[in-house]
Ligand binder design. Structure first.
Ligand SMILES: Nc1ncnc2c1ncn2[C@@H]1O[C@H](COP(=O)(O)OP(=O)(O)O)[C@@H](O)[C@H]1O
Ligand SMILES: N[C@@H](CCC(=O)OP(=O)(O)O)C(=O)O
Length: 388
């Protein structure tokens, strides 16, 4: 194991050091005071580290493009609204997020301004970003901000997200943002210095320095939120986020906010997740991990084979049934006759139109109902297979 701080080439995680476009996610627990509310000093401490990498002068890794995914809106809104702790109900969480998000971004704005850097607020919902037009738009905005030297500050759009479509935690959001902006590195910063093989509060547990794949996680006790009680997903969502990013070809460093400088410099700190896959097609990762299906299409056996093995579009002839209420453009699940989900896709028809399509050829449908019906139920470009 290389030592931290010396900085010879062998001591460094080279792909971390070489990454130009980086997503840094910071959790609520690292931005709030023990008494509740935003801790301006901790925001400044993080920005001190990040600004050094973004600012054009200074050598080293300066000139990097950094996207910050910052939690903390709800936590920052608690004290100003006289709430002693994080509320359980969605309405009060959203009220707190509404107040807190403004304060959070104001703090980042002032803090980055110390280095002559601008920030741009980007609020995303999981649902939007699975759709083609929104996905492209989100990419374009983030890319443009980076091209103009600004630092995007991303959070979930808490005030409009409903319980069903909500990420809640920002870990998976950060993994998907990393994929969206084609980042070369994802850094997850928390109040714990990495992934431990059990609850770190338990004596005798130790830090896992590297994860090469699922086998390295076997037997690891991955627990929920920490002492601060302001975070959401605990280690479970961080490991899930790391898995999503690594599978999409993006290495991940998971460590504590106080070690951010070491992590970004490529020094051996925290837990390093090696990439396990290659970059996959854009929006489909969001479709698989971020969308909430509004209903289901039941496929006959031939259609399951065609979609799963031959990767074709789903045509009306392969439909055997429909469930739920959805509109054209919504995400739906594709199920086999036994009810197993085999794929997820964006459907081209409203649910109420489906019964008349079941088992029919597109040719017959076009002749009977007009040319608008000569289309796939789910196009293969809008379809992602789910792992068994
Ligand atoms: N195996 C584990 N390794 C490390 N931390 C763990 C583990 N299991 C549970 N945790 C807890 O997860 C917490 C971090 O999650 P969370 O509170 O949601 O933070 P954040 O606000 O940064 O997202 C840590 O404080 C730690 O107590
Ligand atoms: N969007 C929410 C994130 C909630 C949250 O606590 O996330 P995290 O601290 O990353 O587990 C917020 O800004 O409060």
């Amino acid at each position: 194991m290389a030592s931290a701080g010396t900085g010879t080439a062998r001591d460094l995680r080279q792909d971390v050091r070489d990454a130009r476009r980086v997503v840094v996610k910071i959790g609520s627990s690292s931005l709030t005071t023990a008494a509740g509310g935003l801790d301006a000093d901790r925001v400044d401490a993080l920005v001190d580290v990040l600004a050094r990498h973004v600012a054009p002068a200074g050598g080293g890794t300066a000139g990097r493009q950094i996207v910050v995914v910052s939690s903390g809106a709800i936590a920052a809104g608690l004290a100003p609204l006289g709430l002693a702790r994080r509320p359980r109900d969605l309405a009060r969480q959203q009220a707190a997020a509404s107040v807190g998000q403004g304060l959070l971004v104001a703090r980042y704005t002032a803090s980055f301004a110390r280095y002559g850097l601008r920030v741009g607020q980007v609020l995303l919902t999981s649902d939007d970003t699975s759709r083609r037009a929104h996905y492209r738009n989100a990419y374009r905005t983030l890319d443009q901000l980076l091209a103009m030297g600004a630092v995007p500050i991303v959070n979930e759009n808490d005030t409009v997200a409903t319980d069903e479509i909500r990420f809640g935690d920002n870990d998976r959001l950060a993994a998907l943002v990393a994929h969206l902006v084609r980042a070369e590195l994802l850094v997850l910063l928390s109040d714990v210095d990495g992934l431990y093989d059990g609850n770190p509060a338990t004596p005798g547990t130790s830090l896992i320095e590297e994860v090469r794949g699922p086998r390295d996680l076997a037997g690891v006790e991955i627990g929920s939120i920490g002492r601060a009680g302001v975070g959401t997903g605990g280690m479970v969502t961080k490991v899930e986020a790391a898995r999503i990013a690594a599978a999409a070809g993006i290495p991940v460093v998971l460590t504590s906010a106080v070690r951010a400088a070491d992590a970004l410099a490529g020094r051996h700190t925290g837990t390093y997740f090696h990439r396990t896959g290659r970059r996959s097609a854009g929006r489909l990762l969001w479709l698989a991990h971020a969308s909430t299906p509004r209903g289901a299409l039941v496929l006959d056996d031939g259609a399951v084979r065609a979609v799963v093995e031959r990767r074709t579009s789903l045509l009306p002839a392969g439909l055997a049934g429909v469930e739920g209420e959805f509109s054209a453009g919504d995400p739906v699940e594709l199920r086999d006759a036994a009810g197993r989900a085999v794929a997820r896709g964006l459907v081209n028809f409203d649910a109420r139109e489906i019964p008349r399509l079941i088992g029919r050829s597109t040719h017959d449908l076009a002749r009977e109902l007009g040319p608008a019906y000569e289309r796939e139920v789910v196009h293969r470009d809008d379809l992602v297979l789910l792992r068994p």
